[in-house]
Design a protein around this ligand. Structure first.
Ligand SMILES: [Zn+2]
Length: 146
């Protein structure tokens, strides 16, 4: 696995919430490998977007996941997920990214656009499902038609 061109591991680990709450969000080696895998795929998305992407949430240890109100089995705990955004992101840009991912990323699990909160959740998984979804309220999703 080559290194990410655009991202640093820390961007997927550092968390203001963890820092403020003295939570040690250090990943183990397996999780680090998972993070590297998603960084590699995020490079493709970054190239397509062609502007700086901010990772708003990457790996979450169990305590951090609880603190941010993540579901108990959140894929973020494996390191295979990230939430991201960029400055002035729009709903139509989020949909374009979804189309790009559908057409160009061979194996991904879920891409979820949160139009109300201006970010995208993206994750890999063993047995990936290649699903595009749209958040329609807490814990509710519908298939994204693009
Ligand atoms: Zn997420």
């Amino acid at each position: 696995m080559s290194n990410s061109k655009y991202f640093k591991l820390d961007e997927f680990i550092n968390s203001d919430t963890a820092r403020k709450n003295n939570i040690n969000n250090t990943p183990n080696e397996n999780v680090k490998e998972n993070i590297k895998n998603i960084m590699f795929v995020m490079d493709e998305i970054r190239k397509y977007v062609n502007k700086p992407i901010r990772i708003t949430s990457g790996f979450r240890c169990d305590s951090l996941n609880k603190k941010v109100g993540g579901v108990a089995n959140s894929i973020h705990k494996t390191g295979l997920a990230c939430d991201f955004t960029f400055i002035n992101i729009t709903e139509s840009q989020m949909k374009k990214i979804a189309i790009y991912v559908k057409d160009n990323i061979k194996e991904f699990d879920q891409l979820i656009i949160y139009t109300d909160r201006n970010f995208i959740h993206f994750n890999l998984r063993n047995n990936p499902r290649n699903m595009l979804l749209e958040s329609i309220g807490k814990g509710k999703y519908k298939k994204l038609e693009v």
